[in-house]
Each structure stands twice: as C-alpha cells, then as structure tokens.
Design a protein around this ligand. Structure first.
Ligand code: C5P
Length: 309
C-alpha cells in the first residue's frame, strides 16, 4: 500500500453564538462554519510505528513550533482511533504540511485530524467493502473535537450542540477573504472562560443561541454586503480582552474598506470579507503595509472538506 495524501480546509465562523456553559464543560452553540481555501495536507505512509512530523507549507509563513509531534497531536489520535476501529496496528507515519495558522482560531488542528481520519481509513480499510462508513468517520471526528466533523464536511454549514452536529447551509457564489494572523496563539478554553467571565461581570445571562436569519438570507442570495453586515462572533470580546492589539487589526481592516471584520473563532486570527477578488488583493496589501498582522493571507470560500489528492 502506498502513501495517501489528504487535504483539509481551515474554517472561519460566520456566526458564533455562544450559549450557557453546560455540565460537561462545553457551551451550547450555533456555529456557522465556512471552509476557506487555506489548507493543510496530511500524508499517511506505511511505517513500523506511529510517527508524526510537521512542516510549514512552502507558500505559508506558519509558525509550527507549538505543534506537538507525538501522540498528543490530534492527527495521531485520529490514526489511533481508526486503527482501533479496524483492529489493525497503527503502523503509519503522518506528515503534516501546514498552511493554516497554529492555535489561530481557524481549526488547523481539527483539519489535520479530519485529514488523518480519511487518510488512515483509505490506507487500512477495504476499498471494495469498507468497514468504516462515512457516518463512522463523522462519529470519530466528533469524538476528536467539536470542529473536526466540519473539516470533513467543508462548504458552509450550521453546527449546533457543541458545534459538532452539522446541517449544510445554502450558499450561493464565492466569497473572498483576507486573514491577518497574529504572533502567538490563543487557547480556546481560555477564550471561552473569558467569555463566561465577561458575561458574569456585566451581569449578562448567556443567550439561547439562535441562527441569524439575516446571515442565512445573505448566504442563500450571495449578498456579500449583507454577509459582511451579519458576521458575528460572541467570542470576539473575550479574544479582544485577552489580546487588545487585535482591536487595531480589526479597525485597520474596516478602514481599508472590508465589508465585514471579525475575530475568527477563538482568535487571534482576524478575518476580513472583501467585495471581490481585486478588493481582497487591495485589502491584503493595505493590511500588510499597516503592520498590524504577523502575516496576511488571502483565501476564498466555500471549499470542500477533507479530500484525497
Ligand atoms: O471540542 P474541542 O476539544 O475542540 O474544544 C476545545 C475547548 O473549547 C473545550 O475544552 C472547551 O473549553 C471549549 N469549547 C466550549 N464549547 C464548545 C466547544 C469548545 O466551551 N461548544
């Protein structure tokens, strides 16, 4: 059996509505995911034992120092799960080529896990009569992390529960994005905890998360202005409290004409919606020149989920 390479996309949350903290430590969400053309690749090759190696993709300036290479890597845990379900030894070398910012709020680790699930299933399962169905992979994905099922699915989708229960959303056309990465990541649990803390100090009750109809209409009609106006992230205030410099990054994007500007997921990457491909080029150049980001990358969405190359 030869090596298998799978590509999986980053996400930006078009809406992240965070409800109350549940007894299991998660928050009930409405999470509108949108997959963008910033992708990691995972190559799974037969090997004596489970190994993980990581490199930054040649085209990206991703800082990979923080990525675990052992069994703590989410992709390694994905491989172990697939091996466990198929009753085989996890004899695989996983090589991860990263273009998605690490701990950046764009679900890079989840993309790697989704890619590893698909790659290992391809490597070990029977091609003609597979033991693992698509539903099985989705179930394993949900066990690995709240954002992993979406990295399998891709496109634009509404996630409920802790974000893992997905329904594809109707979306017309292609949207052009600019992403401003930041130095150093933000811890997702820390940002959720800060969101709870801010609500408590303000005496706010967590809302019951609800999908934005304005957002759904903008997506269904391909209305980029409407989409820009409807972008909303309940974690943004918390990310800004923990990383005040992001306020300058968002302000710069708005000043240069972004139709929408928000922190991506738990941050610290900031996402800017452009009106067209040309506008995205201009916006990216302006943000780069303003010196408000570690790096500036362009991408479009929606794109498919984990795909075998
Ligand atoms: O599911 P995942 O492991 O990616 O979640 C990482 C952390 O993000 C959780 O431990 C939790 O602190 C926070 N989280 C949350 N509510 C969600 C999803 C994630 O509080 N719905």
């Amino acid at each position: 059996m030869t090596a298998v390479t799978v590509r999986a996309p980053a996400k930006v949350n078009l809406q992240l509505s965070v409800g109350p903290l549940r007894d299991d430590g998660y928050h009930d969400l409405v999470n509108v995911f949108h997959a963008v053309s910033l992708v990691d690749e995972v190559t799974a090759a037969p090997a004596e034992r489970l190994e993980v190696t990581v490199e930054a993709a040649a085209t990206a300036q991703v800082a990979i120092d923080g990525v675990p290479v052992g069994r703590d890597n989410l992709a390694a845990r994905a491989a172990l799960m697939v091996a466990g379900r198929l009753g085989v030894e996890p004899q695989v070398a996983l090589h991860i080529r990263k273009a998605i910012p690490v701990a950046g709020g764009m679900a890079g680790g989840s993309a790697d896990a989704a890619a590893a699930l698909v790659a290992c299933a391809r490597l070990w399962d029977d091609r003609e009569d597979p033991l693992l169905t698509r539903e099985d992979l989705v179930e394993l994905a949900a066990a690995l992390g709240s954002d992993v099922p979406f990295a399998l699915l891709g496109g634009t989708a509404v996630g409920v529960g802790r974000g893992e229960r997905l329904t594809p959303a109707l979306a017309r056309g292609t949207f052009h994005w600019v992403f401003a990465t930041a130095d150093g990541g933000l811890s997702t649990p820390a940002v959720y905890a800060e969101c709870d803390r801010l609500r408590e100090t303000r005496g706010e009750r967590a809302p019951r998360p609800q999908v934005s109809q304005a957002l759904m209409t903008a997506l269904a009609t391909g209305d980029v202005k409407g989409l820009g106006a409807a972008l909303d992230n309940d974690l943004q205030a918390a990310a800004l409290a923990l990383r005040p410099s992001l306020g300058r990054t968002l302000a710069a994007g708005r000043e240069y004409g972004a139709l929408g500007a928000l922190v991506s997921g738990s941050g610290p990457t900031c996402a800017f919606l452009a009106g067209s491909e040309t506008h995205a080029d201009e916006l990216a150049a302006a943000l780069d020149g303003a010196g408000v980001a570690r790096s500036v990358v362009r991408a479009h969405g929606p794109v498919p989920g984990a795909t075998v190359l």
